[in-house]
Design a protein around this ligand. Structure first.
Ligand SMILES: NC(=O)c1ccc[n+]([C@@H]2O[C@H](COP(=O)([O-])OP(=O)(O)OC[C@H]3O[C@@H](n4cnc5c(N)ncnc54)[C@H](OP(=O)(O)O)[C@@H]3O)[C@@H](O)[C@H]2O)c1
Length: 255
């Protein structure tokens, strides 16, 4: 799994990453050990996932065991929507470093373009259950990320869940252009226009939920189509000798 792609920052990013959303902090040290054994070198996490300490322990263990060098591991993390003022974004960058126990992060993203009310409440809601907007703006968070590169805390910076207009607005002010835009992308949501736009701007698009997130979560119901059992994709999988992947899903009946 040592295929990489060169980012506009000059650093190489391993093409295949291990997602850690929903991974529990206390399980992550073992999960990281299994992931490294399986060949993963790129791990994707976020302040929101609440599992960075466990991931940091897993990374420290492989390094101290002498199995993998820090420079051969690529860590992506993200700052959350409650940290879009410059000061809060700086704090969030340090907090991510502290939780992971690392002295630099390979890629730090703005998780979403919208700013929520600053504070400890991850989803600050008003009395009508609506999210309360924050005072910050992704321009400020971006400046903090740019400064973190100059300070040596972060190697590459990027965005997530940004549409092309938001990227365009960011590019008007940015000193450093985003290396990556991480967005939902899979056979049912191919994002062709966004991909074309990012390609033109030299921004690598990373797919999150590449299998359409078929697991049992609040974000889908069982009536929704499932990529893993799609007959067209099953036919393509068969043609390429990848049928086991689909069969496992059918066998456990998780759709
Ligand atoms: N930037 C963002 O806003 C954002 C948002 C979402 C995700 N992400 C990142 O992207 C990562 C991946 O997204 P995801 O977890 O939604 O997506 P995914 O990889 O599309 O789906 C994961 C689900 O696919 C099923 N699965 C995985 N491998 C399988 C296999 N070989 N056969 C059958 N089923 C399989 C599992 O279901 P079962 O549990 O039923 O086995 C698992 O729950 C996240 O962990 C996170 O790091 C980022």
């Amino acid at each position: 799994m040592d295929y990489t792609i060169k980012l506009n920052s000059g650093y190489e990013m391993p093409l295949v990453g291990m997602g850690s959303w929903l991974g529990k902090d206390e399980e992550m040290e073992k999960i990281m050990s299994d992931a490294f054994d399986a060949g993963y070198r790129h791990i994707d996490t976020a302040f929101l996932y609440g599992n960075q300490k466990g991931i940091g322990k897993g990374i420290l263990k492989v390094i101290t065991d002498g199995k993998i060098l820090r420079d051969d591991i690529f860590v992506t993390t993200k700052i959350w929507n409650t940290s879009h003022t410059y000061a809060r974004a700086k704090e969030a960058i340090y907090e991510n470093l502290r939780q992971l126990g690392l002295d630099y992060i390979d890629l730090m993203l703005i998780h979403w373009p919208m700013a929520f009310k600053e504070g400890d409440d991850i989803f600050p809601l008003d009395s009508n259950g609506k999210v309360i907007e924050g005072e910050g703006h992704f321009f400020e968070a971006w400046k903090a990320l740019e400064d973190s590169i100059e300070e040596g805390h972060v190697r590459s910076i990027g965005v997530s869940n940004f549409n092309h207009k938001q990227i365009e607005r960011l590019l008007e002010k940015a000193k450093i252009r985003p290396a990556v835009n991480q967005v939902e992308m899979h056979p049912y949501y191919q994002q062709k226009k966004l991909r074309d736009y990012c390609k033109e701007k030299g921004i690598i698009v990373t797919a999150f939920s590449p299998l359409g997130s078929p697991g049992d979560t609040n974000f889908r119901n069982k009536q929704m189509p499932n990529i893993l059992t799609d007959p067209v994709l099953a036919e393509i999988a068969k043609k390429h000798g990848k049928v086991g992947f689909v069969e496992r899903k059918i066998k456990i009946g998780n759709f």
